[in-house]
Design a binder for this molecule. Structure first.
Ligand SMILES: Nc1ncnc2c1ncn2[C@@H]1O[C@H](COP(=O)(O)OP(=O)(O)OP(=O)(O)O)[C@@H](O)[C@H]1O
Ligand SMILES: [Mg+2]
Length: 269
């Protein structure tokens, strides 16, 4: 197994899962020179398009669907067949950034009823994740079968939250799901921590929610929080890494690098 397979999750939409996955993939591969595999487990396919892939031939949907001629049997290691290089804008600087893409039809995998349906990604990655230093899985905004597959395949869960009441309350639900996965499907799953995203300056309401999170989750709340900065949205819209925006991205890249080091430290085998 790869030393680290990290599922980035929160059932709440728009909190920054994809932003964190692509940002971490950028600094881990380019600056820390690690071999990184990103898996887009969200039918919205935002990670796939941010990493510059438009029409993948073989996606996570095909992987999880299994072999139709063999009653949808899932073959160990089949995920290897779906690995792509990240798009051109991410190459050069990112010689070791690979992707398993998503497609809209991945949504139908949420309703699968095949044998071992929660463990299909885990089986598919066997012998594949070992080729990478780190695997990052971008989960969809739900606690359905795709997120459960990601958590069952993962060594670690990394949560993302905005500093607002609804987001903070939503953490309880994902923490419960993680506990259920630990109990029934993956006893080795650990929580790395919670990244706070979209922090605005001088907002007392946000400071209060961050204090509440620290109180509830203590040192699981990771430093630094990522600021609310347009550059994150620009990077996603342009399908380009943060670095390509020049010096304006320095603060964000420094923050991501600090988070990446903390995550590596906490997930060290
Ligand atoms: N720190 C930030 N500052 C400004 N905009 C941000 C930040 N983080 C994310 N965004 C923007 O907010 C939107 C939602 O972010 P993102 O797609 O990362 O969230 P998500 O949790 O993956 O959403 P979903 O649940 O729909 O997959 C995107 O347009 C993204 O560019
Ligand atoms: Mg997303």
């Amino acid at each position: 197994m790869a030393s680290r397979i990290i599922a980035v999750c929160n059932q709440k939409g728009g909190v920054g899962k994809t932003t964190l996955v692509t940002g971490l993939a950028e600094v881990l591969s380019r600056d820390l020179k690690l071999k990184v595999l990103v898996i887009d487990a969200d039918p919205q396919r935002n990670t796939t398009s941010t990493l510059g892939i438009t029409e993948p031939e073989f996606t996570l949907n095909d992987v999880l669907y299994g072999d139709e001629t063999q009653n949808h049997k899932i073959i160990a290691g089949v995920a290897g067949d779906a690995i792509l290089r990240a798009g051109e804008a991410w190459q050069g600087d990112h010689p070791q950034l690979d992707l398993i893409a998503s497609e809209r039809n991945l949504a139908s995998r949420e309703r699968d009823s095949m044998m071992a349906r929660e463990r299909r990604l885990r089986t598919a990655l066997r012998g594949v994740s070992e080729n990478y230093d780190i695997v990052l899985i971008d989960c969809p905004p739900s606690l359905g079968l795709l997120t459960v597959n990601a958590l069952t395949a993962a060594t670690h869960a990394l949560l993302v939250s905005e500093p607002r009441v609804a987001s903070v309350e939503g953490l309880t639900e994902i923490v419960t799901t993680i506990a259920e996965v630990q109990e029934n499907l993956n006893e080795d799953l650990d929580v790395v921590g919670i990244v706070i995203n979209k922090k605005k300056k001088n907002r007392l309401d946000q400071d209060r929610w961050i204090m509440q999170m620290r109180n509830d989750y203590q040192d699981f709340v990771l430093e630094p929080a990522l600021s609310d900065r347009e550059i994150f949205a620009k990077s996603q819209a342009a399908s380009k890494p943060l670095k390509s925006f020049g010096p304006t991205s320095k603060l964000e890249l420094d923050g991501l690098a600090r988070l990446a080091s903390k995550i590596l430290e906490r997930t060290a085998p």
